[in-house]
Design a protein around this ligand. Structure first.
Ligand code: ATP
Ligand code: MG
Length: 247
């Protein structure tokens, strides 16, 4: 790591390094680097920290994952490059399956991602064997292929950094969708059932910690209003922009 910890933007530069490393290892595509740039911008606007609102969403997500019958964690290149260790840990804590599901699909990249997850302790990775491919209806070609043992038959799916079309298709297909998305206005953020407006690199550790705390406890349903939560995140951005403009 070349960045001194005392650098004022150490955290975001460290995340960039992880992503560039993932790019060089064949996990991340160029478009993924650009999507990260959009995320960084929103991270800056929410203050580069986990807000109270996001903590609330993380708690709701932990409850949903722990009470699901067949939860699945959907993994793309960026998510694997940033959180490989945490993906495996979350899967162990919740019993969720791990499925590689790519916007820009290629067998080579799927293998690279699966290899990284295995290096981090994952036993079974879905989405890599075409023998188990199934199609989500109402979504165009390559993007609709999922694993019949995974997303196809899941009740709850965690799909971080996801494109809106896919999230909408998953919703139409009857899935409960949890996402991490730094942009509270994106179509994914607005369509999901639970949106954690936080950087995956901060939020995943907190989600694991919360799942560990709640595991084995009585998970009786608690109300969670995603729209209200998203409005609060947009409010945080508005407040920060006003503060920056007046500085
Ligand atoms: P949508 O299709 O949902 O309207 P979009 O087209 O603006 O969103 P996409 O590229 O499809 O964006 O999806 C990537 C999303 O992931 C963006 O909203 C971006 O803010 C978010 N994002 C990028 N990096 C991170 C990260 N490290 N943690 C959390 N969210 C991130
Ligand atoms: Mg999109």
């Amino acid at each position: 790591m070349l960045i001194p910890k005392t650098h004022p933007r150490a955290a975001s530069l460290y995340i960039r390094e992880k992503l560039v490393h993932g790019f060089r290892e064949g996990l991340v595509v160029e478009e993924g680097l650009l999507a990260h740039g959009r995320g960084e911008m929103f991270d800056y606007l929410i203050g580069e920290k986990t807000t109270k609102t996001s903590h609330k969403a993380i708690r709701a997500a932990a409850r949903a994952l722990l009470s699901a019958k067949s939860p699945v964690i959907s993994v793309n290149g960026n998510f694997a490059a940033l959180c490989a260790k945490e993906i495996v840990e979350l899967s162990k804590v919740t019993g969720a399956k791990i499925e590689v599901n790519l916007f820009y699909a290629s067998e080579k990249r799927k293998k690279a991602i699966a290899g990284t997850l295995k290096k981090n302790g994952a036993k079974e990775i879905l989405g890599v064997d075409p023998k188990f491919s199934k199609r989500i209806p109402k979504l165009d070609s390559a993007r609709r292929v999922v694993d019949k043992r995974g997303i196809f038959s899941a009740d709850v799916v965690l799909v971080p950094l996801e494109d809106g079309d896919r999230t909408i298709a998953l919703k139409k297909f009857g899935k409960d969708v949890i996402t991490f998305d730094l942009n509270p206005m994106s179509r994914t953020a607005q369509t999901a059932d639970i949106t954690i407006v936080d950087n995956v690199i901060r939020g995943m550790g907190l989600l694991i910690k919360t799942c560990k705390e709640l595991s084995g406890k009585d998970l009786e349903e608690k109300k969670f209003d995603n729209k209200k939560n998203l409005k609060k995140s947009i409010g945080t951005i508005r407040k920060n922009l006003r503060r920056m403009a007046n500085a």
